[in-house]
Design a protein around this ligand. Structure first.
Ligand code: ZN
Length: 379
């Protein structure tokens, strides 16, 4: 057995000297006190209580001491570490309380402030009217049909019985995307150019070619004509078109359908009238008018109560209609001996103008929310 190693003096282990331990402890206290927020405190915590902190390193030195020196050094280091973790917990609690107080102030909500500072827009009234009209017909069992806006000339004109030299085919009315044959010659009745559709009626021909009667469809959509944009014209506008083809349909069915539509849109007292007209794709054809929904006809012959909406005529022109021309049925492969049909269509812009006294068409296309917002979600 060897004698105690008298030459080893634990006091000589630098890291375990009482003043060294005190210095380490005080440095930790100072670092915690200096930490201004929880992030800084977390850094100080790692530096002064982590595995490589001075006190942890000193703690490891204890194992190397002779037994008689271990207890004292262990007590000293243990007390210092205890004091450090107590100081850390206290500073942690202090900083958390400060943070909570700050969050309460910074994230406070003033419930008296106006709640809606971002103005909400609104759907465009043209969209809303189109959907509303389509809904009336969907409720009667019609389907919504759509077609391309860049359309074959054949669908836009020929299938609808427009003769080859019809004025509507000329470039002062129609946008031609491709008006010539591949070898550069002007198209004739046998060859089809490409146009921006001038009405929604080509959807009629497409629908009839696509399916067997009975056919009941409503076709809302955008159409194009070479008009300058001014108060009453726009080169891009909207139509809604209706087509019914079935056995035994007559003008009386057309009239009943029109009456139902205006009553659904304008009120139960409304009615329509038909005036003879001509369209290539219907025979017979008619202009349809509805009773002025503002004055209900009371302005007629009554100069004391003039009506701006109908010009004191008592009726408002709504659009065109008629029985589908048998030539159109034949062009679309439908037997006119067995089936008959009716169609009508009208412009949505025009309906918006007389219904809401919109006087300038440019307001509808300029995209100013001050125009659309008053219409809100419902018109
Ligand atoms: Zn009127």
């Amino acid at each position: 057995m060897s004698a105690p190693n008298k030459s080893y003096d634990p006091v000589e282990v630098e890291a375990l000297k009482p003043e060294e331990i005190e210095r380490m402890r005080d440095e930790a206290f100072a670092a915690f006190a200096a930490a201004g927020d929880l992030d800084a405190l977390a850094q100080a915590k790692t530096a002064h209580t982590g595995g490589t902190s001075p006190l942890s390193l000193a703690n490891r030195e204890i194992g190397a001491l002779p037994p008689q020196a271990k207890a004292e050094a262990g007590k000293r280091v243990g007390q210092a570490r205890g004091a450090v973790s107590k100081a850390l917990a206290a500073r942690q609690a202090e900083l958390e309380a400060e943070r909570d107080a700050r969050v309460l102030v910074e994230e406070a909500v003033d419930v008296t402030l106006p709640y809606d500072r971002t103005p909400a827009g609104a759907r465009h009234p043209l969209t809303t009217i189109m959907e509303r009209v389509a809904d009336v017909f969907v409720a009667m069992g019609y389907e919504v049909a759509e077609g391309p806006e860049v359309e074959a000339e054949w669908f836009n004109f020929d299938a609808l019985n427009f003769v080859p030299d019809h004025p509507a085919r000329q470039t002062q009315d129609t946008f031609f995307v491709q008006g010539t044959t591949p070898d550069g010659k002007p198209t004739t009745g046998d060859e089809s150019g490409i146009v921006l559709r001038t009405h929604t009626s080509p959807v009629q021909a497409r629908t009839l070619l696509d399916r067997e009667p009975p056919v009941y469809v409503v076709c809302p959509g955008r159409v194009y004509r070479t008009d300058e944009l001014d108060a009453t014209h726009t080169p891009v506008f909207h139509q809604i078109e209706l087509l019914a083809v079935d056995e035994g349909l007559t003008m009386a069915d057309l009239k009943g359908t029109l009456d139902h539509m205006v009553q659904a849109l304008f009120g139960p007292e409304m009615k329509t009238r038909l005036r003879p007209n001509f369209f290539p794709f219907t025979e017979p054809s008619a202009e349809m008018d509805m009773v002025c929904y503002v004055c209900r006809g009371t302005s007629v012959g009554n100069p004391d109560r003039p009506c701006r909406t109908c010009g004191s005529e008592g009726w408002i022109e709504l659009g065109g209609c008629g029985m589908v021309n048998p030539k159109v049925l034949i062009a679309c492969g439908v037997d006119p001996q067995k089936y008959s049909g009716f169609a009508f269509g009208f412009g949505i812009e025009r309906m918006l103008m007389f219904r809401h006294n919109v006087e300038d068409m440019r307001d509808m296309v300029e995209g100013d929310v001050r125009f659309t917002r008053p219409f809100g979600m419902e018109i």
